[in-house]
Design a protein. Structure first.
Length: 254
């Protein structure tokens, strides 16, 4: 089991909010890391991108790294999709990642839809997400993150769409559990930050949590009445932090 998954399962069984599983109790110190989505150095594959980040680890600046396993933009060597990982790349990446106490991956999200009303699109989306989790297990990653994107596009009721998301994420959380990987969803797309937290609580699995993206949340704000339970982002973070397994910090430009 990866370090983060083990830590989440061994923490106080009744954290703030009463949920056993994802999050930080407040007594833990945050683990700071870096995303490899935009590696500054030219690299040939993800393992080389990880080795580039090792310099920051060796200097004591980071303890975590997040692969970009999205397959986007096409042809980007450090952002190749899970379908492009060869046995050699898997072995080299796993070896390079082993030095990091916490490690994860941003998996496909841009062109998939796990709540699509088109059964073919939904099936292919689920296939790619399962493949990503299976690869995360081979790489000994602690977590993966994706976005709930597109959904049912208001063709059916919000309640019916919610059932589609819930069914898909319950299945993926089951796959993640077998591989000791935490499956997380990130705010900023179809589901608001409050809805992501609601999904985590309803699914209620230590292998399903939220990646809270501060920049997306600031840009999203209360647009279209997104605030339901909370009146502010600080209030949301205070109330739902135990749903977070991962946090993305950035300057709101993406």
């Amino acid at each position: 089991m990866g370090g983060l998954a083990r830590r989440l399962l061994e923490m106080d069984p009744e954290p703030r909010g009463g949920r056993h599983g994802a999050g930080c109790t407040g007594a833990e110190l945050p683990v700071v890391g870096v995303s490899l989505a935009h590696c500054p150095d030219p690299v040939k594959d993800p393992s080389a991108a990880v080795m580039s980040a090792r310099r920051l680890l060796d200097d004591g600046l980071i303890r975590s790294v997040e692969l970009c396993m999205t397959g986007f933009p096409p042809g980007s060597p450090q952002n190749m999709g899970p379908w492009d990982y060869t046995r050699e790349i898997i072995e080299n990446s796993r070896a390079a990642l082993s030095a990091f106490p916490v490690k994860g991956a941003h998996i496909p999200f841009a062109f998939i839809n796990a709540a699509s009303l088109n059964p073919g699109i939904r099936a292919e989306s689920m296939r790619q997400l399962r493949l990503s989790v299976e690869l995360a297990g081979k790489l000994d990653l602690d977590y993966v993150v994706t976005h709930p994107r597109f959904g049912a596009l208001d063709i059916v009721s919000k309640a019916e769409e919610w059932k589609l998301w819930l069914a898909s994420y319950r299945e993926l959380a089951g796959v993640a559990e077998k591989l000791d990987v935490i499956f997380t969803i990130e705010n900023g797309d179809r589901l608001s930050f409050e809805e992501c937290a609601m999904m985590v609580r309803e699914l209620d699995s230590p292998f399903f949590a939220m990646t809270f993206d501060t920049g997306h949340a600031n840009l999203e704000g209360n647009k279209d009445g997104k605030f339901q339970k909370y009146a502010s982002l600080p209030g949301f973070v205070e109330g739902e932090a135990d749903c977070f397994a991962n946090i993305h910090l950035h300057d709101n430009h993406s």
